[in-house]
Design a protein around this ligand. Structure first.
Ligand code: 13P
Ligand code: ZN
Ligand code: NA
Length: 281
């Protein structure tokens, strides 16, 4: 069933688990998330980067919302990392129940003004907003931030930011990275604990691909109630297709797509168990 992201994050907070938000690109991604969530009796989120929104348009959004509506478990649909007002307006118009207004590339004050404006826009449509302060490093679709450009979330700034913008969820930067961790991940849990103490809205951790189980569990204990996952699922998809295409047999396209869906599903099921949301639908 289609549910708003705000309600979903409230349930996760109340029941002390985290929601997995998975970036999708097409029907195979949508099927993999929905089926994995149903198999796991878990809520989940379908998430779309603005690059995918440009590619798939309102048809891709409709595919997500329709799939969420007919799913046996609670699901919501969100626009990921957007610093474009027009993309956000488009996503809201197309029926997404939440957006991420990502002004993290801007100086603090500018990010605050941008996020405040996008929050007004979204709230007027009954939608919720996630925003980020600090800046996460790594690569994701058309977004690349070097380690030098990355910045950790400042807890005091976070307080000011949340109060001024009225956002519904905050993504923290505590050493998490988009894409691969090229060395052992190091998360600043003291920083997360400080943010949690000062702020009472749901907290989000991006870059969940590559984080070990102990760090996921500690993050949930310290108040993370949404994890964003892209790279591990996307890599599984591409690897599955590549294996079939480089094999000896002649290739059947539908079979190739179904095989990729099953492969992605397995990864997503593992994440849903890890996030503690399995069995919580
Ligand atoms: P990963 O690609 O590291 O899983 O990060 C996903 C993400 O943060 C999407 O916004
Ligand atoms: Zn992200
Ligand atoms: Na990652």
């Amino acid at each position: 069933m289609l549910i708003s992201t705000k309600t979903l994050l409230e349930i996760a907070t109340a029941k002390s688990f985290a929601v997995g938000a998975f970036n999708i690109y097409n029907l195979e991604g949508v099927k993999a998330v929905v089926q994995a969530a149903e198999m796991s009796e878990s809520p989940a989120m379908l998430q779309m980067h603005p690059a995918s929104l440009r590619y798939g348009g309102s048809g891709l959004v409709a595919m997500c919302t329709e799939a969420a509506k007919s799913a046996q478990v609670p699901m919501s649909v969100q626009l990921d990392h957007s610093e474009s007002e027009s993309a956000i307006a488009f996503a809201l118009e197309a029926g997404m129940s939440s957006i991420m207004a990502d002004g993290s590339s801007m100086p603090f004050q500018e990010n605050l003004e941008f996020t405040r404006k996008m929050t007004e826009l979204a709230h007027a449509k009954g939608a919720a907003v996630e925003a980020e302060i600090g800046r996460i490093s790594g690569s994701e679709d058309s977004l690349t931030v070097t380690e030098k450009e990355a910045k950790m979330t400042d807890p005091q700034q976070a307080v000011e930011f949340v109060a001024a913008t009225k956002v519904d969820a905050l993504a923290v930067t505590i050493g998490n990275v988009h894409g691969k961790y090229y060395s052992k991940p190091k998360l600043d849990f003291d920083r997360l604990a400080k943010v949690r103490k000062l702020i009472d809205i749901p907290l989000v951790l991006h870059g969940a691909s590559g984080l070990p189980a102990d760090m996921i569990h500690r993050s949930i204990d310290l108040g993370i109630c949404k994890f964003n996952v892209n790279t591990e699922v996307r890599a599984t998809y591409m690897e599955s297709v590549k294996t079939i295409f480089t094999g000896e047999r002649s290739v059947d396209l539908l079979e190739t797509m179904s095989t990729a869906v099953v492969a992605m599903q397995a990864v997503i099921c593992t994440k849903l168990r890890l996030f503690g949301s399995a069995g919580k639908a």
